[in-house]
Design a protein around this ligand. Structure first.
Ligand code: AMP
Ligand code: MG
Length: 324
């Protein structure tokens, strides 16, 4: 079964194509704001304008025609409503016009599924950290449960905001990483953990207030050390509780070398294994949506047009994961 996947939850318009044997295509275009963060209307305009081009690129990469497709999957949520709308409309139109099966999937669960498809992980405790989400997720009793999560903003969003204050363009995570790499010095900041949850809003404000008191490099390094230690501590606790011997790190922030190092070290100390999907599958992408669609369709799930509305606040633990 050839499944086309459409990702449009935030800054990325991604189109991927997969079947049971292969990931056939993974094309994307990212909205890059001229200033500030992700403006919903501008991001959705970007998605609208780049959709056809990325669709054609993906079909060309897969050497397929639209008629060779069997189904279309789309990110139904969670995400920015205006951006979700573009993907949903595109998916419905393709399904109707080309007589394809339609399946709306949960974006967060797609990150986990593509993570297990592209690594050796089978039943991992997942740390999913991105621009819009920060969650620790585990499969228990038929559903993926959220074991810990941010109480305010996402980790990627915090990095982006702090970087913006320092004068860097979006996305800020890589800029903070570059600055932090220039020093080993750390100053004390608040440690943003609350039980199994974490919070980054206060830490971001604190780092911004300390601008001028320490160099940008030291502030960036301190921010990273505190924020990453907090999520890795919660991840370790989740693993200890479940006696889990696999960690999966995914989402855009998973590209950070220091965070990977911390996860790796923690796993090593517990005799567990850390898995990192290839970069193109950590970031938001269409292939993960296509793959999630494929496994759900194989399990008999399909989305009626009348049920294909966007779900901006859709939590992964609302989904019954009968494909597991
Ligand atoms: P996503 O929402 O999954 O596409 O991820 C985007 C987020 O990942 C943005 O907030 C970026 O700042 C962040 N990000 C990308 N690369 C890095 C990196 N090397 N270190 C930290 N954060 C990163
Ligand atoms: Mg994501």
């Amino acid at each position: 079964m050839n499944v086309l996947g459409i990702e449009s939850t935030a800054h990325t318009l991604g189109i991927g194509i997969v079947n049971e044997d292969e990931i056939l295509a993974n094309q994307k275009s990212m909205f890059e704001p001229e200033e500030g963060g992700i403006h919903p209307r501008k991001a959705s305009e970007h998605h609208y304008q780049s959709a056809m081009e990325q669709l054609n690129n993906a079909l060309a990469e897969a050497s397929l025609e639209l008629d060779d497709l069997d189904a279309v999957a789309f990110s139904q949520g969670p995400g920015i409503p205006q951006c979700l709308e573009i993907g949903a409309v595109m998916a419905r139109s393709l399904a109707e016009k080309h007589d394809l099966k339609l399946i709306g999937v949960n974006h967060c669960l797609s990150h986990i599924s593509i993570g297990t498809r592209t690594t050796e992980a089978s039943d991992p405790t997942t740390l999913y950290v991105s621009g819009g989400n920060s969650q620790i997720i585990e499969f228990r009793n038929g559903r993926y449960r959220i074991i810990g999560e941010t109480l305010d903003i996402a980790l990627g969003n915090a990095l982006d905001k702090f970087a913006r204050e320092l004068g860097y363009p979006h996305p800020g995570g890589p800029e903070i990483e570059k600055l932090a790499g220039k020093t080993d010095e750390i100053i004390e900041m608040s440690y943003p953990i609350k039980g199994m949850d974490f919070s980054f809003s206060g830490l971001t404000t604190e780092a911004e207030r300390k601008m001028g008191e320490a160099s940008d490099e030291v502030l960036a390094n301190s921010f990273q050390e505190h924020a990453y230690a907090a999520v890795v501590e919660a991840l370790e606790r989740a693993m200890a509780q479940e006696d889990s011997d696999e960690a999966l790190l995914t989402g855009g922030v998973a590209m950070n070398k220091r965070l990977r190092e911390m996860v790796e070290k923690m796993c090593e100390q517990r005799g567990a294994k850390a898995y990192f999907p290839p970069t193109e599958y950590c970031m938001d992408n269409g292939a993960m949506i296509a793959h999630q669609g494929l496994i759900e369709l194989e399990n008999g799930r399909e989305t009626e047009i009348s049920e294909s509305h966007k779900r901006p606040k859709w939590r992964p633990d609302e989904v019954e994961a009968e494909w597991k």
